[in-house]
Design a protein around this ligand. Structure first.
Ligand SMILES: Nc1nc2c(ncn2[C@@H]2O[C@H](COP(=O)(O)OP(=O)(O)OP(=O)(O)O)[C@@H](O)[C@H]2O)c(=O)[nH]1
Ligand SMILES: [Mg+2]
Length: 432
């Protein structure tokens, strides 16, 4: 893959910067800066200093005013940083201005997240999604890379006209190549998505109910899936541990099967391009019968995380889905004030700990309840010796037709999910 520019292989000393403009944004900005630190550390980059800087108004050149920009550059120099990372989104031109002013590599939150995603992507689909998002990010920034060539070629400040001409030509060639690759990645992605859709249709025909586990990154989604299904999905104390969806089948206490899908975690200010790029992965959430929203109850920011997830879901068209809210990591909540806040803010949530096995039975019951209203048209072959089951169908289902064949009763009925588990062994064919 082409790179935006020669990014140093190993950035060791990063200065993190968050600019804000409205005093009311101070607290959130502080939290975002801390989150950025975690994101950056996830990439193995050392952080030497964080700067939360208030600017009176937005400026086109550096986003903040030139005075503030000079202070930040001086600070980076004083700390001998090799990179400045902005939590704010920088326009390609602003990124260039900063790099020129600081003579350092300058990146923003979006690029950090893209890099993490690129490291984590496992399946072909995830890799393609990341590749596409990175190329789209890189395209308007290519001039930066060739700007260096101009300078080198010219051997002076502006570079000779000939060298600049070379650079410009090269940009054109590269841009064209990049567009070709973007188109190809889009087409490949389309193919992979079609395959997924076919698989999904096969699953839908089987009509097994399906729930998606959603929530902010590091909330404990994968741990919960492991706990519920007794399987081993990678769960780690790091951001974006999961980039590919995993689906597991579990049996609810009432006997109903349920497919559970673990999804990529959400994050505040997730670059829009990535929401787009990961739509296919998150599409599972849109198609699920209901959602399990996992929150880290021990985080002081639990409410902000909750709201972020809901707004991303709304953006994906899943805003109306039935949601079971799970306050996970409740084992970590010892502060009575936090507990009171949780009860007040999320009165219907289930208190749970995926790690310590708390609240899991309650969650499984809530899943059964969520599915109770689902009905399916099903065909059964029931031996006459199991008249009890026929009785159950008469009582709780709507019988469409009954036939006899040898010693068996053939029943076609509209069956509520609540009892379908008990009859599963007598199905004659996949549901219609
Ligand atoms: N104390 C405590 N820690 C938990 C609990 N559930 C998960 N964790 C820890 O939280 C961290 C993140 O868990 P994951 O399951 O990877 O979180 P995730 O939501 O899947 O994260 P992403 O895949 O990054 O979006 C891990 O270190 C878990 O061990 C819990 O109930 N209590
Ligand atoms: Mg995970």
């Amino acid at each position: 893959m082409f790179e935006v520019r020669e990014k140093p292989e190993m950035v060791e000393r990063a200065l993190l910067v968050r600019l804000y403009f409205d005093p009311r944004e101070a607290d959130e900005s502080e939290a975002l800066l801390e989150e950025l630190e975690e994101l950056v550390r996830t990439l193995g980059i050392g952080v030497v200093e964080k700067v939360l800087a208030k600017s009176r108004s937005m400026h086109k050149k550096f986003l903040c005013g030139t005075g503030k920009a000079a202070e930040i550059v001086d600070l980076a120099k004083a700390h001998e940083c090799d990179c400045i990372v902005f939590d704010n989104q920088l326009a390609p031109s602003q990124q260039r201005e900063w790099e020129a002013a600081a003579d350092l590599c300058v990146i923003d939150r979006e690029e950090v997240i893209l890099d993490i995603f690129a490291k984590r992507a496992q399946t072909r689909e995830a890799r393609l999604q990341v590749e596409l998002a990175r190329m789209q990010y890189a395209l308007p920034r290519m001039a930066r890379m060739w700007g260096h060539l101009d300078r080198e070629g010219g051997g002076g400040s502006g570079g000779s006209a000939a060298a600049r001409g070379m650079g410009e030509k090269q940009i054109e060639v590269d841009r064209r190549m990049a567009r070709v690759r973007i188109d190809r990645a889009k087409r490949e992605l389309e193919d992979v998505r079609k395959q997924r859709a076919t698989q999904r249709h096969a699953r839908e025909r089987l009509e097994t109910p399906h729930a998606s586990i959603v929530g902010y990154t590091n909330a404990g989604k994968s741990t919960l899936l492991n706990r519920l299904s007794g399987s081993e999905v990678l769960s780690k104390d790091m951001l974006f541990a999961t980039l590919d969806t995993t689906t597991r089948r579990i049996d609810l206490p009432d006997g109903q099967p349920l497919l559970l899908t673990d999804t990529v975690g959400f994050v505040r200010n997730l670059p829009h391009r990535l929401v787009e790029a990961f739509k296919a992965t998150l599409e599972e959430s849109v198609l699920a019968d209901f959602l399990i929203h996992v929150l880290d109850a021990s985080s002081p920011e639990v409410e902000a995380f909750h709201d972020t997830t809901l707004s991303v879901l709304a953006e994906l068209g899943a805003g109306e889905k039935q949601i079971i809210t799970v306050l996970n990591k409740i084992d970590n909540v010892s502060d009575p004030d936090q507990m009171a806040f949780l009860r007040r803010t999320f009165p219907d949530a289930i208190h749970a700990s995926a790690l310590k096995d708390i609240g899991i039975a309650e969650l499984l019951d809530a899943c059964s309840t969520a599915l109770a209203s689902r009905v399916q048209r099903l065909r059964y072959r029931i031996p006459q010796s199991r008249a009890d089951l026929v009785g159950l169908l008469h009582r709780d289902a709507k019988i469409l037709s009954t036939d006899y064949e040898g010693n068996d009763i053939l029943v076609h009925a509209v069956v509520p999910a609540a009892i379908s588990g008990k009859l599963e062994g007598f199905l004659t064919e996949p549901p219609e």
